[in-house]
Each structure stands twice: as structure tokens, then as C-alpha cells.
Design a protein around this ligand. Structure first.
Ligand SMILES: Cc1cc2nc3c(=O)[nH]c(=O)nc-3n(C[C@H](O)[C@H](O)[C@H](O)COP(=O)(O)O)c2cc1C
Length: 198
């Protein structure tokens, strides 16, 4: 489940059903971000999707060097897991992205992942349906405002369809989302809804 290579070898991505890809940006396995992403995937799977999940922390994704090698050569100077992740993203109809809030922004793993979007052919993003899930320790949505704003701007810039952003304040414990059936249901319902889009 951890590496994209394993995922694709397992043949998780199919062509006859809608493919939904969960991308988890928290370094903590089984914690709030992953539980939110899982719940969306669960709803989509109920609606007939084939679900796949990757954990950024368990992949090698080097930070962008701003060397512009990609602009001249059409590929990134880093030879790491990002290339196979892009392949998986290309084959997926819907992306469910998840990041915890760290200092009002996304996690380092998630930011490194997003920065690498700079070096790829932008057609991969155009018209892609995206759901973003964001847990945070703070008690209200305000803590996520920069990350939400950043993400909406990226969606507009790259032509992605931001279907839904699920913001979960007050998630202080590692299992806070797991303990909230209401929150898990909200995320699951988003997964069901996205299957009825288009
Ligand atoms: C380094 C770090 C910085 C954090 N900064 C914030 C913050 O600025 N605002 C906030 O509301 N929560 C903050 N948190 C709390 C996390 O967003 C929260 O615990 C979240 O549920 C973690 O997600 P996870 O369980 O998937 O790891 C921070 C946590 C860490 C580890």
C-alpha cells in the first residue's frame, strides 16, 4: 500500500470504473488526515469507484530545487517516486488530498509534493476533480484559511475542479477523527457525492 510502484503492480488502477486516488500528507499513519481520506475513499468505493491510497511520508519526494531543469528537459532533475506518483495521478479521475495544518500551512510532505507540480505537463491537472481534507488542532476553521486559500488559488491556476474542502477543527488527539462518527460520515458522504458528479 505504501509505494506507488507496489500499487500499480497490484493493478489497483482500472480503466472500466472511476478511479479515485487518496494522497495522505500526514507523517502519522492511521491518524486524522489518513482517516479523513479513508472515509472519502470508502464513500466513493461504495459508489463504485476503485480506490487507491498513497502515503507521502513513505515515498521519496525531494523538494523542488528551482533549477528549472524541468522547463528545459520536460522532466524533473530528481529521480524519485514523484514520477510514478504522477503516472498514478494521471490514471485517476478523482484525487482526495489530505494535509494536517502545521503552523497555519500544509505539512512539509504535502508542500514538497505540491511544489513538484511545477515541473509537470499541466494537462494532468485540467478538469481533475479534487477533494481536500484538512484536520487541525485549533478550535475553528480560521486556522486553515491560508491553506484553503492557497489550495483554491492553485486549483484556479491549474484548471482543477475543487469539488469540496473538508475542514476538521479541534482534532488534537491522534484518533480524534476516528472518534467522530459525524466527521467520518461527512467525509464518506463527500465520496458518495463526487461519484454522482459529471
Ligand atoms: C508541527 C505541528 C504544527 C502544528 N500547527 C498547527 C497550527 O498551526 N494550527 C492548528 O490548528 N493545528 C496545528 N497542529 C495540530 C495538527 O494540525 C493536528 O493535530 C492534526 O489533527 C494532525 O493531523 P494528523 O493526526 O493526521 O497527523 C500542528 C501540529 C504539528 C505537529
Amino acid at each position: 500500500m505504501q509505494s506507488v510502484k507496489q500499487q500499480t503492480e497490484l493493478g489497483a488502477v482500472t480503466t472500466d470504473r472511476k478511479n479515485i486516488l487518496g494522497i495522505v500528507g500526514s507523517p502519522r499513519r492511521g491518524a486524522n488526515t489518513e482517516t479523513l481520506v479513508d472515509s472519502v475513499l470508502e464513500g466513493a468505493a461504495e459508489g463504485g469507484a476503485t480506490a487507491t491510497k498513497v502515503i507521502l511520508q513513505e515515498m521519496t519526494i525531494a523538494p523542488c530545487r528551482a533549477c528549472n531543469y524541468c522547463q528545459k528537459n520536460g522532466k524533473c532533475v530528481h529521480d524519485d517516486d514523484m514520477e510514478s506518483l504522477f503516472e498514478l495521478m494521471k490514471k485517476s479521475d478523482i484525487w482526495v488530498l489530505g494535509t494536517p495544518i502545521y503552523w497555519w500551512g500544509p505539512s512539509a510532505q504535502f508542500k514538497a509534493f505540491i511544489d513538484r507540480w511545477y515541473g509537470v505537463n499541466p494537462t494532468i491537472f485540467q478538469g481533475k476533480q479534487v477533494i481536500l481534507t484538512i484536520p487541525m488542532g485549533g478550535g475553528n476553521d480560521h486556522y486553515a484559511r491560508h491553506t484553503v486559500g492557497m489550495f483554491k488559488d492553485i486549483c484556479n491556476y491549474l484548471g482543477m475542479i475543487c469539488v469540496e474542502i473538508i475542514v476538521a477543527p479541534g482534532m488534537n488527539g491522534k484518533t480524534s477523527v476516528r472518534e467522530s462518527s459525524q466527521l467520518r460520515e461527512t467525509a464518506r458522504a463527500a465520496g458518495i457525492r463526487v461519484m454522482n458528479e459529471k
